[in-house]
Design a protein around this ligand. Sequence first.
Ligand SMILES: [Zn+2]
Length: 179
Amino acid sequence: MSARLTQQRLKDLFDYNPETGGFTRKKTSSKCSYTNNSGYIEISVLGEKHAAHRLAFLYMVGSLPPIVTDHINGVKTDNRWVNLRLASKPENEFASGPKKNNKSGFKGVCFDKARGRWLATIGMNFRSKYIGRYKCLVDAVLARDLAAKKYHREFAFINAPLGRESLKGVCDCVNCRNW
Ligand SMILES: [Zn+2]
């Protein structure tokens, strides 16, 4: 990030509209942004690319956010001021879905082959905290969701927002087979 770029410099060059989240270049009043490969809006300022949602913080607050910025509604291109908040890195991580290499398909739940149980864990302070081991995948998923609500609060990614009923058919343990 360029040391040359200050709030004043940014305001000299651009207008940011907190209501729409849009940036316009003052001289040409043309749209000046594009969406990058990660789905975020980028703007070229003084020959450097910047994420628009970070520039919004510089514009409004006077400094670039020291930590990761989060889009509250999950829409990466929605840079309205009300939609932006600061999130520390782990919280940004909490809000994301299961990783691609996760075989259970549920965040925080994996199969412990050695014990033949579903292992539920939750990320806390950069560590993985043990929740429990379960014969039933549904129990593991619900236990993990409960912990996520408790510890990650509004940043939580919930596997089953509609609860137990929505997990019908995902588990073939003895109890679930006749469910
Ligand atoms: Zn089950």
